[in-house]
Structure formats: structure tokens, C-alpha cells
Design a binder for this molecule. Structure first.
Ligand code: SF4
Length: 381
């Protein structure tokens, strides 16, 4: 085990913060990774896009030690290369207060490895946030990780104290989770907490819930990942599923597995938004026989090629839902079209461009404008 004898609080924050870069917290996880370093130069500060705007968030862990042994994880028990540091709640809360008052941080994302059980670990997270809220009177953004197996009352308190909680399923089914993280229980420790979070929101507590999947290490397919995501969106009020393409970590049982292409992660996000924001069902997504999505084309376009090429959508008559089936058209484009056609005719791609639709020529093979397939100007270069 790698232990610094007496690290300063700043050293500990650097060690703990450095390791949370693959734990997404905001609405744009890709840019979160790319732009993680801010002028503050502290690795624990990450620019995160939150529901109330982009903020420099202090993203850190109560401890980088863990008694569990998830096969993919930096922090797994026994991994010699991991530097282990631990914070006491008052130390963590005071550090955040200093950074917040210095205007280096405006928001807290707090996670942890598990030591002395999930309940004890969750208590340390809660104690820290109680201090942040009560003693330091911080009223801003807080995102808390819920430990697998945390108690109902702990989850309730976490949701009272925070804006968002993460309950990471890691895998789409019990069998897949057993292959990834043998000490975690899919139903009892994780899915049950996601259901509780939904119940707790019915009492008027507003904190949202997100989850994360490790993608592609143990044969999990896109249809499995998106089926469970759809269930969580529809039945448990999930705000966001995060997909983290597996990449091997040295000195773990998975160190010799191949990394998963980031494109797969991207296609999963695109499909997940179709389920969450566009009213699609998982059966409509264009999976291949393998149960995965094509990597070379975005899922909405693949669906349009199969369904709209011979049955293009008439822009002047289509419903809002039909408009949102067209590649490149989102809720805003649909609204603009519905509004514009009340007062005039849309007969040309230039009319769509004038409504703010950026590349209407991409939609041209799938639409009719006043009865005619729009002509596309071919580029000479
Ligand atoms: S419980 Fe969390 S920190 Fe511990 S090994 Fe598993 S994923 Fe890593």
C-alpha cells in the first residue's frame, strides 16, 4: 500500500482530486474531462456543467482507501499503486470552505472509497456536508455519492442536504455486476436505493438522481445498458445515466483487457437522450444483431435511413414528435417550425436555416417541403 507519512491537506486534496477525473458529475462529461484543470491549478477543481450553469466544483473523496475489490477500479483493496489518503469530516469541510471563500470553488462533489462498511462511510460524507451547510452556511451546489448499501435514512438526509445524488449501478444486470464488482449486490445495494430516491422525491425533496455504468469490460451490450436506463428514466425518475467507456488500469484484474472506444460511449449518450428527451423507446433504437449500436453513424440517422428514406416526413404537416424524429432536429427546431408554419410556407432549406436549424441539408433525404423533396446544393470541394 502506498502511504505518504504526513501529507498536508493540500497534498491530500491533490491525490484524492486527481483520481476523480473519470467520475462524471455534470451535464457535459466529455468537456469535464478535457477542461478539468482550471487556473487554480488544483486537480480537485473541475469545471462542471450543473443545472444552474457551469461552475468550478471541488470534486474529491473522503478516502482513497477501499475494502472492496471492484475489478476495474483504481481504489480497489490491495492495489499497491494507489496513494491512500483519508480526510476527517471537519478537515474536508474546512478545506472546501477555504476554497469557496477564495472563489476557487463554487460547488462540491463528494465521493469516497468504503472503509468500515458503507454505513460508516456514508456517515462521514453526511457529517462533512452537515458542517458545510450549518457551520459554514454554504448554500450552493452539492452532489453526493451514495454508498452501495447505505441506509434509507442516510439517503433521505443526503437528498435533503444536496442538489444531486449519484447511485452508480456500474452494470446493467446482476450477472454483469458480479463479473465487474463481486462484492456489490445489484438489487439489494443499488437498485433498491434508486427506487428509494424516487420515493423520497415524492415527499417534496427535490434532489435529482444520476447513475453511472462502466461500459464494455464484461460483455455488456448496448441494448442491456439502454434497457436499464430506460427503466430508470421511466420508473425511477433518473435525471441522467453516465456511460464510462472501460479503460484498463494497471495492477487490477482487468489490466490486460482492451480499452473500449470512446465512440461507443458517445453513441450510448446519443441514444440515452433519445430515450429521455425525445420519447423514444428502447425497441425503436437501431441495434445490430450483436445487441450493440453502429459506431459509424448516429442512432437517429441510422433509424431515419431505415424508416424515412422511402417515407419522408412532410414538414408542413408533421406533428412535434414526428419533427423530432428527423436527424438534426431537436425540440427547439420542432417548436420553431410549428410556429413558422402558422404564418407561412416552408418550401426551401434556406427557410429552415433561417429558423436556426444549422445543417438542414443533412435532413434533406428524410423530409418533404410543401410536397417536394428539397434540392441539396452539392459542394464542389
Ligand atoms: S467500492 Fe467504489 S471505490 Fe471501492 S473498489 Fe468498488 S468502485 Fe472502487
Amino acid at each position: 500500500m502506498n502511504i505518504i507519512s504526513t501529507p498536508t491537506t493540500l497534498q491530500k486534496l491533490e491525490i484524492a482530486g486527481d483520481h476523480t477525473e473519470f467520475e462524471p458529475a455534470g451535464d457535459h462529461p466529455h468537456s469535464e474531462r478535457a477542461a478539468k484543470r482550471l487556473p487554480s491549478d488544483l486537480p480537485c477543481i473541475t469545471n462542471v456543467s450543473t443545472p444552474t450553469g457551469a461552475k468550478p466544483i471541488m470534486k474529491t473523496m473522503m478516502t482513497t482507501a477501499c475494502e472492496r475489490n471492484c475489478y476495474y477500479c483504481h481504489f480497489r483493496a490491495g492495489r499497491g499503486k494507489t496513494q491512500r489518503v483519508t480526510f476527517k469530516p471537519d478537515e474536508m469541510a474546512a478545506s472546501f470552505d477555504q476554497l469557496q471563500r477564495a472563489k476557487v470553488a463554487d460547488g462540491l462533489f463528494l465521493s469516497s472509497g468504503i472503509i468500515k462498511g458503507s454505513v460508516t462511510t456514508q456517515d462521514k460524507i453526511l457529517d462533512t456536508v452537515e458542517i458545510v451547510r450549518r457551520k459554514y452556511q454554504y448554500k450552493g451546489y452539492v452532489h453526493l455519492k451514495i454508498m452501495p448499501g447505505a441506509e434509507y435514512d442516510q439517503l433521505y438526509r443526503a437528498m435533503q442536504l444536496s442538489d444531486r445524488v449519484s447511485i452508480n449501478l456500474e452494470a446493467p444486470t446482476e450477472e454483469r455486476l458480479a463479473a465487474l464488482a463481486p462484492k456489490k449486490s445489484f438489487n439489494d445495494e443499488l437498485l433498491q436505493r434508486l427506487a428509494w430516491a424516487h420515493q423520497i422525491r415524492q415527499t417534496g425533496i427535490r434532489a435529482s438522481t444520476v447513475t453511472q455504468f462502466v461500459v464494455g469490460a464484461v460483455g455488456d451490450t448496448d441494448v442491456e445498458l439502454l434497457s436499464v436506463s430506460e427503466r430508470l428514466y421511466r420508473q425511477m425518475g433518473l435525471s441522467r445515466a453516465y456511460f464510462s467507456a472501460f479503460h484498463p488500469i494497471s495492477d487490477t484484474p482487468f489490466e490486460n483487457l482492451s480499452a473500449v472506444l470512446p465512440t461507443r460511449e458517445f453513441r450510448l449518450y446519443q441514444s440515452s437522450f433519445l430515450l429521455r428527451d425525445y420519447g423514444w423507446s428502447v425497441e425503436e433504437l437501431p441495434f445490430e444483431e450483436s445487441g450493440n449500436l453502429r459506431l459509424d453513424v448516429d442512432p437517429k440517422r441510422a433509424w431515419a435511413e431505415a424508416h424515412l428514406t422511402h417515407a419522408p416526413i412532410e414538414i408542413m404537416r408533421a406533428s412535434r414528435d414526428e419533427l423530432m424524429r428527423i436527424p438534426g432536429f431537436g425540440p427547439k427546431a420542432a417548436e420553431s417550425i410549428l410556429k413558422a408554419r402558422r404564418t407561412g410556407h416552408l418550401t426551401d432549406l434556406a427557410h429552415l436555416r433561417a429558423l436556426g436549424i444549422r445543417a438542414p441539408e443533412q435532413a434533406a433525404p428524410f423530409i418533404l417541403l410543401d410536397g417536394h423533396q428539397p434540392a441539396v446544393q452539392l459542394s464542389l470541394f
